[in-house]
Design a protein around this ligand. Structure first.
Ligand SMILES: [Zn+2]
Length: 103
């Protein structure tokens, strides 16, 4: 068994699991439901997508890579239309050339 992805977003993990299952890679999600008691004594456990066979790791991460970067890019950063520099979502103007953030 090997951990593949840990995320508090269990919906997202479910989506990843369906991709792997379609490719006939055996996997499961652990810590999908955590009890209040566990959170108090051990700390919050995040759901983790696990592979049954360690050998599937390379193939599985290759399958999920495009889906992972997609989400991270669009929500956290924006590209400056003037100089093509990437800026954090919290910036209202480009840190490099002060161009306004595009809508
Ligand atoms: Zn710029």
């Amino acid at each position: 068994m090997r951990d593949l992805i840990t995320s508090i977003d269990s919906t997202r993990l479910g989506f990843f699991r369906s991709i792997l299952e379609e490719a006939e890679i055996s996997c499961f999600i652990r810590n999908e439901t955590t009890s209040q008691l566990t959170n108090i004594f051990i700390g919050p456990l995040q759901p983790t997508l696990c592979l049954v066979n360690d050998d599937d790791y390379e193939q599985a991460s290759a399958l999920l890579r495009p889906h992972q970067s997609e989400g991270a890019c669009s929500s956290e950063e924006w590209l400056c239309p003037a100089c093509k520099e990437s800026n954090p979502a919290s910036f209202e103007v480009c840190w490099k050339c002060q161009a306004a953030k595009p809508e």
